[in-house]
Design a protein around this ligand. Structure first.
Ligand SMILES: O=C(O)CC1=CCC(=O)O1
Length: 261
């Protein structure tokens, strides 16, 4: 368990593997913390320095008073990598983590050598969707959105066959500070990368779950294909959290992509 102050914010992170190995950095989704990547870890190739962190308002990282936005999420990750002396990383982002990865690649190309976009887009949702969820959390707290979130995140099969595992993910959401969740929803609502992402010039792989109701696969494909050479893969048997439902498929695709860099 380690922490440092980046962009004025206490950031909790895990950093494993040799310091001189190429870095693979994970940025997680709304309502999840760095534990979200655990199912994937043993499907990753050896020889990488793996860095996971809790974005502001999530996990053990600080939750500064709102308002803040996507620029802060990007500056937090830039600050973390600068402090760790990491440049030229491969950044893998899930959902809002994918927005952070795209934003970092645009703002600080020295830090990013390639991106892996999981269940994300250059623009996620509409003002109407986010304003409705923001109002629900402001009025009734995290419980108000937890069940609908599980429906968006997981396939019918997982919801039916594995209720205890789903309950753990639900706990992760309901234990996220409401302020952190609200600030991140506002960040997503106000973020539109449809002009900057097509200007990125770096290797990009993307994946989308066939049953993802939050960022449907065609939306993810559209974003990945904005970047020349971007390659999209559809994940069978997966919803919005591919490392939970399809860790082997995702690990194999990532291993192939990383080997080709
Ligand atoms: O709606 C959800 O919970 C899915 C999601 C949208 C952005 C994000 O990070 O997660």
């Amino acid at each position: 368990m380690r922490a440092l102050t980046a962009n004025g914010t206490l950031i909790h992170f895990h950093d494993t593997g040799p310091n001189d190995a190429p870095a693979l950095v994970f940025s997680n989704s709304l309502g999840t913390d760095l534990r979200a990547w655990e199912p994937l870890l043993h499907h990753l190739p050896a020889g990488w320095r793996v860095i996971r962190y809790d974005k502001r308002g999530h996990g053990l990282s600080a939750c500064p008073p709102r308002p803040w936005g996507m620029g802060d999420h990007v500056a937090d990750l830039a600050g973390l990598l600068d402090h760790l002396g990491v440049s030229g990383a491969v950044v893998c982002g899930l959902s809002v983590g994918g927005l952070i990865a795209q934003g970092l690649a645009a703002e600080r190309p020295d830090l990013v050598r390639a991106i892996i976009l999981c269940d994300t887009a250059a623009k996620i949702g509409t003002d109407e969707i986010w304003d409705g969820r923001i109002a629900a959390v402001e009025q009734s707290g995290m419980e108000a959105v937890a069940d609908a979130t599980m429906q968006r995140w997981f396939t019918g099969k997982t919801l039916r066959d594995d209720p205890e595992r789903v309950a753990l993910w639900r706990n992760m959401v309901t234990r996220t500070p409401a302020e952190g969740y609200l600030g991140t929803m506002e960040s997503i609502r106000d973020c539109d990368l449809r002009e900057s992402t097509p200007r990125l010039r770096l290797p990009c792989m993307g994946v989308g779950g066939v049953e993802d109701d939050a960022t449907p696969p065609d939306l993810v494909r559209e974003t990945v294909e904005m970047i020349p050479g971007g390659k999209f893969h559809l994940l069978r048997g997966a919803g919005h959290i591919p490392q939970a439902e399809a860790p082997e498929q995702l690990g194999r695709l990532m291993t192939e992509f990383l080997a080709g860099l």
